[in-house]
Design a protein around this ligand. Structure first.
Ligand code: GRF
Length: 183
């Protein structure tokens, strides 16, 4: 199975996926919508081909997603794993990759969807938050949930220490879920 990772930022989840031994698919492409994002360097270092684009250079989402479909087809990609891709996927991609696009989100969805889920949880003062892996649909962090893992918020936590523990869970959970759904 050939898959692509879509990411917009740091790429720590991308890196965790790449470092997983016995991953049940081959990551053949990194797609990034933010020229200059540090995930691009990570892919270069790992020798993974990248497709970097600036959405502003396309008239509409439909136009750039049609381009993405071409690029993905050329690479033989059949699954897409979103890892910090900060953009809603539109109908063009969704229809061609039905139930083949998965996302990771740093909260126990449906609570704290959208941006800065860790900050939202921290500000809300919840005792438990966590990580969700889910199929995507046209909404913001709303598709069917595949797996969740709780992370306790400790009294001494700062937003930073909470984030670190959530990311540890993400880096373990995402590759494990990828293997489960592809096997
Ligand atoms: C992760 O927390 C992920 O759950 C969210 O975006 C963040 C990406 O982090 N969707 P990184 O770029 O993988 O370090």
């Amino acid at each position: 199975v050939k898959a692509a990772v879509f990411a917009s930022g740091t790429g720590s989840n991308f890196q965790a996926i790449m470092k997983t031994e016995n991953l049940s698919c081959e990551i053949v492409l990194l797609v990034c919508d933010k020229p200059g994002a540090s995930v691009i360097e990570k892919a270069d270092r790992l020798g993974i081909p990248t497709f970097v684009f600036n959405p502003k250079e396309y008239d509409t989402k439909q136009v750039y997603e049609t381009k993405l479909l071409e690029v993905l087809a050329e690479a033989g990609v059949t699954w897409i794993f979103l890892a910090g891709y900060m953009r809603l996927v539109g109908p063009t991609l969704l229809e061609s990759f039905k139930e083949k696009i998965v996302n990771i989100h740093p909260s126990l969805l449906p609570v704290f969807p959208g941006k800065d889920a860790i900050g939202q949880a921290f500000q809300a003062g919840v005792r438990t938050t966590g990580v969700t892996v889910h199929y995507i649909d046209e909404g913001m962090d709303t598709g069917p949930i595949i797996a969740q893992e709780e992370v306790e918020v400790l009294p001494e936590d700062t937003e930073q220490t909470l984030k670190e523990r959530i990311q540890e869970v993400e880096h373990r959970l995402y590759p494990a879920v990828i293997n489960t759904i592809l096997r």
